[in-house]
Design a protein around this ligand. Structure first.
Ligand SMILES: [Fe+2]
Ligand SMILES: [Fe+2]
Length: 269
């Protein structure tokens, strides 16, 4: 597997006939590498999911322009407002004048505070989003996340489930195919990433977490796409099982020196 010294973009990958993944990877010191994916629904009115890493902006826009004419970009679905998801947003709003941003109320508020033009936002609400090139995207809250505006979706037509940050994995090296990753590396990487991205999972009841994971098993997507994992094509039960097992024996990540519990104990000592 390839290791990295700096973030890098790689060739786009087909997900389904209409969906493509724009693939980048970044090194995480001491911990390995992390994929940072954006996704493109290629259609007459195209939809882009997240806008990549700002540090790779020139390459990102070049690769996107290799797929579509930017004036044809109609929608930009923002999973949430973290830097690895909105990196090239302003450049895209400038270069794609017909594009509107899809997010929820909290997401729009964060964009407003960051100085973006929120008149270009269309809010995602319980009624879902407009049909996009024959695809019906149903908003879904992923099983865990690091920002409460996070919104994934289930594409009813292609059976594609977008899980945002969840199901991300820190890995030993770049791997474009899940099959190229050792099972133990994948399990450890899933557990480690979830403990960093959503440390609150440590205080969620196991039963509640397992219920959420079981619901995803029942959703049974044909394909799962995560912002931080290669494409999952053969069912997601291995992923949900790995996460459930990781947390069954208690919090992943071990001792937390910043927990209120520990602080209180040290004050009493
Ligand atoms: Fe995030
Ligand atoms: Fe992320």
């Amino acid at each position: 597997m390839v290791t990295l010294n700096a973030p890098e973009m790689f060739d786009s990958q087909a997900i389904t006939k209409d969906w493509k993944m724009l693939s980048s990877w970044m090194p995480v010191p001491e911990l390995g590498v992390l994929p940072v994916n954006s996704f493109l629904l290629k259609a007459r009115e195209a939809l882009l999911v997240d806008t990549g890493l700002g540090i790779l902006g020139v390459d990102f826009l070049k690769r996107l322009e290799g797929e579509i004419d930017l004036p044809d970009l109609k929608w930009i679905w923002l999973s949430h407002m973290d830097a690895d998801h909105v990196g090239n947003l302003q450049a895209l709003l400038d270069a794609a004048p017909n594009a509107r941003v899809l997010t929820n109320f909290l997401g729009m508020g964060k964009l407003n505070l960051a100085g973006f033009d929120v008149s270009r936002v269309t809010l995602i609400d319980q009624t879902g989003v407009p049909e996009i090139a024959g695809h019906n995207l149903i908003p879904v809250r992923p099983p865990y996340y690091d920002a409460p505006e996070t919104m994934g979706f289930f594409d009813r037509n292609d059976g594609v489930f977008f899980a945002g940050d969840s199901f991300g994995a820190l890995l030993p090296g770049v791997a474009h195919d899940l099959a190229g990753i050792a099972k133990s590396d994948l399990q450890e990487g899933l557990a480690l990433w979830s403990s960093i991205d959503a440390p609150w999972l440590a205080s969620v009841s196991r039963e509640a977490f397992d219920r959420t994971l079981a619901a995803i098993d029942r959703l049974d997507p044909a394909v799962m796409i995560s912002s931080h994992l290669p494409i999952v094509r053969n069912g997601i039960s291995d992923m949900t099982a790995a996460l459930s097992n990781a947390y069954r024996s208690g919090p992943v990540g071990g001792f937390d020196p910043f927990s209120v519990d520990h602080v209180i104990n040290s004050l009493a000592a």
